[in-house]
Design a protein around this ligand. Structure first.
Ligand SMILES: Cc1ncc(COP(=O)(O)O)c(C=O)c1O
Length: 409
């Protein structure tokens, strides 16, 4: 029987399909037809739709550098061939990724971003009987997918060192369908070690999968778990070109897993042709051997300058190894977010479990200097905002109605 989500959540404000679309469908079919994608920009821009001119936008974990030069050239050059499907370009990119990662092409799929395979994994492996387990604070998109398919969301606090508490995740959810591990984590930018993820894979309930999201891995020194995919484990690994490669708007992502797992995802979508601009830009980016080390260095340099400034001025934050971090405003964070917006600086959102923190994306060095000046004004009371009064700000989707429960081991 399909679960009627709207009965519980008719005023939740979530982007769910209408009640009617669930009626008369099996659980799997309702998931396949009704699953709506929730993206980082939907979450990040829930309050601000039109940014003022010259806004400092450090709210959505985008890369201010955009695509690299060769990616831009390749995308522009292929536009004239846009009248052809050119599906072979999808195969070319899959082949290139498979070779780079030591996998067979059957273990790789590309999508217009990693959002779709993330949602499809949840739809394929979570259900009313098999819950979705995630860290708190953690990236929310999978929770929306879980909710859409009627799966319970189990949120497990991060450890004291801000890693995923894999042992607590296992003991909190003997009925798990999906364990979601994001390393570096969004929003904290903190790592979960390879050995912890391996422990989770070896000790999770049979038939569940571990969904490892490496969207931000290139910014850090984290060890990838691609070896677990190579070894044929129950691991589905996501990567994206939206972050270090600066292609968030061009849209390209990849999923790596055993062919039988990938086949299950495809019941929920996929297999469509990719835009050729994204494909050639992604291929060109992969061929640029300097891109990852250079951008990793730039991000780390700006990030350490920001952290040094925060340290000098006595502000608290969670040390991050990624392109975002959590900054403590010491009171409900919405006031600081609004007061910064008044100064044309747009920072990220709040995770309810840490209500005094907001997420900050690392922008360019000049952007971060403007952020620091604006932040100082907010913290010294020179600029204030009465919460909710900044024009153009709506409300984020309310989270209080979620099925989510926090369980400790
Ligand atoms: C952790 C994480 N996973 C996946 C995504 C999805 O990115 P995209 O669909 O642009 O590849 C994001 C976007 O910010 C993210 O933060």
């Amino acid at each position: 029987m399909a679960r009627n989500i709207d009965d519980d959540h008719n005023d939740s404000g979530f982007p769910f399909a209408s009640r009617r679309s669930f009626l008369g469908l099996s659980a799997a079919a309702s998931a396949a037809f009704a699953l709506r994608i929730v993206t980082e920009p939907m979450l990040a821009h829930a309050r601000v739709h039109n940014f003022p001119k010259d806004a400092i936008r450090i709210d959505a974990n985008e890369n201010p550098l955009g695509p690299c030069a060769s990616a831009r050239e390749a995308a522009v050059a292929i536009v004239a061939e846009g009248g052809r499907y050119s599906d072979y370009l999808t195969d070319d990119l899959i082949k290139m990724l498979a070779e780079m990662e030591g996998l067979k092409v059957e273990q790789v799929r590309v999508y217009a971003g990693s959002t779709e395979p993330l949602h499809h994994t949840v739809a394929a492996f979570a259900s009313p009987q098999h819950c979705y387990v995630t860290a708190d604070p953690g990236y929310e998109a999978g929770m929306f997918a879980a909710h859409a398919v009627g799966a319970k969301v189990v949120r497990v606090p991060l450890t004291k060192t801000y890693a995923h508490d894999v042992r607590a995740m296992i003991s909190a959810a003997p009925d798990a369908g999906v364990f979601y591990v994001c390393s570096p984590n969004n929003p904290t930018g903190t790592l979960t070690g390879h050995s912890d993820i391996e422990y989770l894979v070896e000790n999770k309930p049979k038939d569940s999968v571990v969904l490892v999201d490496e969207a931000y891995i290139h910014f850090s020194d984290a060890v990838s778990v691609m070896d677990l995919v190579r070894a044929g484990k129950d691991v589905i690994l996501l990567r994206t070109f939206s972050k270090i490669y600066g292609m968030a708007g061009l849209r390209c992502g990849a999923v790596f897993a055993r062919p039988d797992l990938l086949e299950k995802l495809e019941n929920y979508g996929g297999g469509n042709f990719m835009p050729i601009t994204a494909l050639v830009a992604a291929s060109a980016s992969l061929k640029d051997a300097q891109l990852v080390p250079e951008r990793k260095r730039i991000n780390a340099t700006v990030r350490s300058e920001v952290f040094a400034w925060l340290d000098r001025n006595g502000y608290s934050y969670v040390p991050s190894e990624s392109n975002c971090f959590m900054l403590d405003t010491k009171k409900p964070a919405k006031a600081a977010i609004d007061a910064l917006a008044k100064q044309n600086v747009f920072i990220g959102r709040i995770w309810p479990v840490w209500p005094t923190y907001a997420r900050i994306t690392i922008g360019t060095a000049p952007e971060m200097e403007l952020f620091q000046a604006a932040w100082q004004k907010v913290m010294t009371g020179a600029v204030t905002a009465s919460v909710g009064t900044v024009p153009g700000w709506g409300e984020l989707p309310r989270r209080g109605n979620w099925d989510g429960v926090v369980r400790r081991a």
